[in-house]
Design a protein around this ligand. Structure first.
Ligand SMILES: Nc1ncnc2c1ncn2[C@@H]1O[C@H](COP(=O)(O)OP(=O)(O)OP(=O)(O)O)[C@@H](O)[C@H]1O
Ligand SMILES: O=C(O)C[C@H](Cc1nc2cc(Cl)cc(Cl)c2[nH]1)c1ccc(Cl)cc1
Ligand SMILES: O=C(O)C[C@H](Cc1nc2cc(Cl)cc(Cl)c2[nH]1)c1ccc(Cl)cc1
Length: 325
């Protein structure tokens, strides 16, 4: 059937070349102009790229298939794609996956471009955030976690390097390769067959990044939503103190400190932040602030903590982030 084209369309755009954009068919690398390298992962390169049809900028993460297979990272790549697709409908707080494609040697993830990079350099540059910044950025991360956990997804590797910033300095959470998708609790009588992810993790115990790893991951290797709340506690501490709470020369000693809940609060550590951090860095996952909140209805008990007094969680994305200085 011929597409009904209104007469005006033709006349009005007669002088400009009418480019009929084909329906979203699989892109190829030729659809993009690849620019500078914006980052490098353990088995990926991330390029700034421009879509030649729309002139839009993207971050394209390119993974070598050979390397993925050699490092047995297919599961990780599959998880990243799966989770990023589940987040497709989220308007804010996450790096978005626009499309994927491949050529003989490589996989391509076309992602939203976080123009201002990672949160970590900002914390290191200013030494520590003032309370307004700490409140705003921890609120944006919490808001993202509420959405993520509402979908039954645990990030499992939350850390300032995985909190990216868009051109307006709003948070874009990224790096979902290590995240876990909770299988809904099986109906009565259904046997709960462990997904291949859980099985493969039982073999090679998945672990996050030492400084932010939760105690339960070190001891009985279980993770729950509360593991991300522990990491949030570490990140809030780091925004205020300038360094993560559990630090040592070796990973093993970091784990020891985590398992013994061994951390100090520097002088002048904001009292309200201290109380909130103290309620998140709790060894027993179920006793962490927010752990007993109904799944899927966010974390009211964290939102209501006096640290977040006068933070309007509903309009965070419309707000202008406080300057970091
Ligand atoms: N959407 C993005 N926008 C801007 N920069 C990005 C984006 N995604 C990743 N980067 C940057 O590229 C670098 C590599 O990211 P990538 O996710 O490929 O690997 P990684 O997760 O950092 O490392 P690893 O694979 O070892 O976990 C990171 O330092 C990150 O800051
Ligand atoms: O085109 C699609 O969407 C499906 C393919 C599937 C796919 N091909 C793969 C090759 C390798 Cl080596 C590893 C994984 Cl996880 C692979 N996944 C694909 C292509 C690109 C990306 Cl980024 C992810 C998955
Ligand atoms: O398999 C085990 O149970 C031992 C684990 C192994 C282990 N190796 C790790 C390496 C890293 Cl980078 C992170 C974690 Cl959480 C890691 N966990 C472990 C547990 C506790 C401590 Cl203190 C150290 C190592």
């Amino acid at each position: 059937a011929r597409l009904p084209v209104a007469a005006t369309d033709i006349t009005s755009s007669a002088h400009s070349l009418i480019t009929i954009i084909p329906p979203t068919q699989k892109r190829t690398p030729k659809d993009f102009i690849f620019g500078k390298v914006i980052g490098e992962g353990s088995f990926s390169m991330v390029y700034l790229a421009k879509d030649i049809h729309t002139n839009k900028e993207y971050a394209i993460k390119v993974c070598e298939k050979r390397h993925i297979i050699k490092e047995k990272k297919s599961e990780y790549v599959k998880r990243e794609k799966e989770v990023l697709n589940m987040l497709g409908s989220a308007k804010h707080s996450f790096v978005r996956l626009f499309c994927t494609f491949q050529d003989i040697e490589r996989l391509y993830f076309v992602l939203s471009y976080a123009k201002n990079g990672e949160l970590l350099p900002y914390i290191n540059k200013v030494g520590s955030f003032d309370i307004e910044c700490t409140k705003f950025y921890s609120a944006e991360i919490l808001h993202g976690l509420e959405y993520l956990h509402g979908l039954g997804i645990i990030h499992r590797d939350l850390k300032p390097e995985n909190i990216l910033l868009d051109e307006k300095m709003h948070v874009l959470i990224t790096d979902f390769g290590s995240s876990k998708i909770l299988k809904e609790v099986p109906e009565k009588g259904e046997i709960n067959v462990l997904g291949e992810q859980q099985q493969c993790e039982r073999r090679n115990s998945f672990v996050g990044t030492a400084q932010y790893v939760s105690p339960e991951l070190l001891t009985d290797k279980t993770t729950s939503r509360a593991s991300d709340l522990w990491a949030l506690g570490c990140i809030i501490y780091q925004m205020v103190a300038g360094l993560p709470p559990f630090r040592s020369r070796s990973e093993y000693l970091v784990f020891q400190k985590i398992l013994n809940l061994e951390y100090e609060l520097p002088d002048g550590f904001c009292e309200l932040a201290r109380d909130l951090v103290g309620k998140l860095l709790v060894l027993e996952p179920s006793k962490r602030l927010g752990a007993s909140d109904e799944h899927g209805s966010g974390y009211p008990s964290i939102r209501l903590h006096s640290f977040f007094i006068n933070v309007d969680f509903e309009t965070l994305h419309e707000q202008i982030p406080p300057p970091i200085y």
